[in-house]
Structures are given as C-alpha cells and as structure tokens.
Design a protein around this ligand. Structure first.
Ligand SMILES: NC(=O)c1ccc[n+]([C@@H]2O[C@H](COP(=O)([O-])OP(=O)(O)OC[C@H]3O[C@@H](n4cnc5c(N)ncnc54)[C@H](O)[C@@H]3O)[C@@H](O)[C@H]2O)c1
Length: 396
C-alpha cells in the first residue's frame, strides 16, 4: 500500500513503517555520536517506551549505554488494510537495530496500568535480567483503569478556578484564533491526578520491590513539564499541573519506601517538544512554534533525544546533578530562562494569521508533527508500495 498522512485535527491516524524506522535510526545515530557518562545503567525497564520521551530514553539506555531494555507500551498492531500506530513501527525498528547490535531487548504491548502486565514484566525481569537498576516512567494517557476497583479515570486539560480564553494556533485551519476552555470541576481535577499523577508509578515500584527485582542503588524517574507564565493557565496551574504535583509527592514516597536498597526516585523536568501527547494540549502548537523560533535561532533547542541524552550524562549518572528548587532533575532550564520566555511572549503577543511563518517556526512544528508518524523524511520514498504488516521481534 502507498501510505500518505491522514491528519484529523491534532492527530494523524496512520503511520509509515519506513519513515518510523528512519526516525528511530536517526535517534540511535545521534546517541552513538555522543560521549556517555562513566557510570551506566545495566538493566532498564522503560514504561511508555514506544514514542516521545520514553522511546528516547530507551534508545539512550540501549545504544548509548549498552543496557538491556525491557520496553512496555500500548500500541495498535497493523493489518493488511490498516497501518499500525507509530509506536508499533518505532518499536519494530528499535528491536531490529538492537538485534543487529547484539543488545538484549524485549517488548510488552498492553495496559501498563494493570496488575497482569506488571506481573508479566516482573517474570521477564526475574528470569532474564535478575534485577533492574533504572526504571523510566514515561506514560501519557487520556484514561486509566484502576487495577483494583475497575473504575475508569479520565484526564482532562482544563484550567483550575476560572475558565481561560487564550490565543491559539489552529493547526487544522492554519490560522491564529482563540480558544476558550472552561474551568475543571473537582471530579475532573481528581480524574487527571488519578491518570497522570504518581499513583501508578508507585504501584510499579511497589510490585518490583515486593518481587525483589530492584537492584541496590536503583534509580527511577518520571517526566514533567515545568513551564512559566505563558503555559500556566492550561498546564502548570491547570489539571495536568495538579497531576504533575502528585509526581513530586510520589517521588519522595518511592525514595522513602525503597530506602532498604538505597533507591532514588526523581521527577525530571523536560523541554516542551512535539509529541502525540503535547499536540493535544490547546496552547502548545503556538507556544512550541514560537519557542522553536527563539531557541533554534540561539542554537539551543533540544528535542526528545537530545534532552534525554543530556539527562543521562548531566543528571542521572552525574555526581552533581542539576536540581531545581523542588529537587527535580532540571533539563529544561534553558527554555525557562527569563530572556527566552520574554522573547516567546513578544511573539505570542504580536503574531497574527499573516505573520505565522515570519514570526514563528510553525513549519518546523508541523515537520516534527509529521515525523512522529514517519512522514516528511527526506530519505523515504512515500510513493513506494510498502507492506504495513511489520512484526516486532521479541514481543512477549
Ligand atoms: N511532550 C512534551 O512536551 C513533554 C514535556 C515534558 C514532559 N513530558 C512528559 O513526558 C511523559 C511522556 O510523554 P510523551 O510526550 O513522550 O508522550 P507520548 O504520547 O509520545 O508517549 C506515551 C507513551 O505511553 C504509552 N502508553 C500510553 N498509555 C499506555 C498504557 N495504558 N499502557 C502502556 N503504555 C501506554 C504509549 O504507548 C507511549 O509509549 C509524560 O509524562 C509527559 O507529561 C512531555
């Protein structure tokens, strides 16, 4: 089949296997070209390993540090008529490259929030790895089924307190308009905390601890976005921000509960990047397009793989990690610099539909968006007939 992007609103409903493979190989090549820390992870569990920051973490652990990686994700398989989701093809490509490099790697596709999937992962760790010394928690999901009660929690992207009307880059119409989002009610706030907060991260660590598969001095990190004034109304001070505060609580609780093996849990604050998760957040296309313009012109912008490569070297495996005021590992300090934020604010205040391309890097945003699904990559022939059915080796 010839595969062209099918974009519906902020999502692309198909993916290109060869494009996803090229995107993964690009990230592998980047990591291999970098200098790594002397201290390295050996056996790594990546929860949310197929796209975005989780995939970048898995690539960094495996191809930068020669670690064995067990990847957990929730992706759609291909059929003869329908492509798989991008994360499926990404994982197939990751595994192919790992096989070629002789790196141990296994994959589990299913609901990471369930007890069953945790038990499956633990069995593999026990049988084949012994213990894990790094656990990356990088899930982004709109829903979570409570594994004990069966209750389904939903997360929302809404402000807290009062509704917000804000400037917006409408990616469907390619215009600047405004978007209004009503304030969340208490149930919606709690639902978002239940999905995107620290509860499931704690359940994972508890299950791993009870199975005695946490190595002495293991580390674990979950990812957050700490923005400033521009993104506060719909992120930092909104439902998702409340959920992220719960990660800070969970990190402390995990560190305390695993003190017998000297475990250490961190929240890491990362750059705003184009991923399937962030493109669903109303203000992000405009914020990221303006931020790209500023940070790329300074030569300072880092995407997923650059952020995670630096996280390993500068923070996770460094004797003097860079911590923010709340004790989080800080990777997006350049984006948060006041002078950078002021320049983004200026673009935000002045841009209109006619000046989108002049004042922002929306073209760059859109290219990154297409790339998430394996489109818009120079080396790929998008006119070629390609089989959508690709298997993931070592899928257990
Ligand atoms: N994108 C950003 O700008 C940004 C910035 C800072 C922090 N973060 C944080 O990084 C983390 C990862 O976000 P991302 O943007 O890389 O997201 P993403 O959408 O690219 O990746 C989400 C991952 O979670 C997996 N997943 C979702 N539901 C699952 C389930 N039920 N079971 C198993 N796997 C499941 C997906 O398969 C995928 O591997 C999130 O905590 C997010 O808040 C993102």
């Amino acid at each position: 089949m010839v595969i062209k992007p099918k974009i519906r609103g902020f999502i692309c409903t198909n993916a290109h296997p060869a494009g996803c493979e090229a995107h993964v190989n690009e990230q592998i090549a980047y990591v291999k070209s970098q200098t790594q820390a002397a201290d390295k992870p050996k056996n790594v569990l990546v929860i949310g390993a197929s796209t975005g920051y989780g995939l970048a973490s898995r690539i960094t652990a495996a191809f930068g540090n020669n670690a064995k990686t067990l990847g957990v994700f929730f992706e759609k398989e291909p059929t003869e008529k329908k492509t798989a989701s991008a994360g499926w093809y990404n994982t197939a490509a990751f595994q192919k490259a790992a096989d070629e490099a002789g790196l141990w790697s296994k994959n589990i596709n299913g609901d990471a929030f369930s007890h069953e999937l945790k038990a499956k992962a633990i069995n593999i760790i026990k049988e084949e790895l012994g213990k894990v010394d790094l656990i990356i928690y990088s899930l982004a999901s709109p829903r979570r089924t409570d594994p004990d009660t069966g209750e389904v929690y939903s997360s929302t992207l809404k402000p807290i307190g009062q509704g917000v009307t804000t400037k917006n880059l409408n990616t469907t119409k390619r215009i600047i308009d405004s978007v209004s989002v009503e304030a969340a009610n208490e149930a919606e706030i709690q639902g978002t905390v239940d999905v995107m907060g620290g509860a499931d991260w704690e359940l994972w660590i508890k299950a791993l601890s009870e199975a005695d598969v946490l190595a002495e001095n293991f580390k674990t990190t979950a990812y957050t976005y700490i923005g400033k004034k521009l993104t506060w109304p719909i992120y930092g001070h909104a439902t998702i921000g409340r959920a992220k505060e719960d990660l800070d609580r969970a990190a402390k609780a995990i560190t305390e509960s695993t003190s017998s093996v000297n475990g250490k849990a961190y929240v890491t604050s990362l750059n705003a990047v184009v991923t399937q998760a962030s493109s669903a957040i109303p203000i992000m296309p405009l914020y990221i397009s303006a931020m790209f313009k500023v940070m790329k012109s300074d030569g300072e912008y880092q995407g997923c793989i650059e952020q995670i490569q630096s996280l390993f070297v500068e923070n996770l495996y460094n004797d003097s990690p860079r911590l923010d005021d709340e004790g989080r590992l800080s990777q997006n300090y350049k984006e948060l610099d006041d002078s950078v934020q002021d320049r983004i604010q200026h673009i935000w205040d002045t841009v209109d539909t006619d000046t989108i391309d002049e004042l922002t890097d929306y073209a760059g945003y859109h290219n990154e968006f297409l790339k998430l699904f394996g489109f818009g990559i120079d080396s790929v022939d998008y006119e070629a007939d390609i089989n959508p059915v690709v298997e993931i080796n070592n899928l257990v």
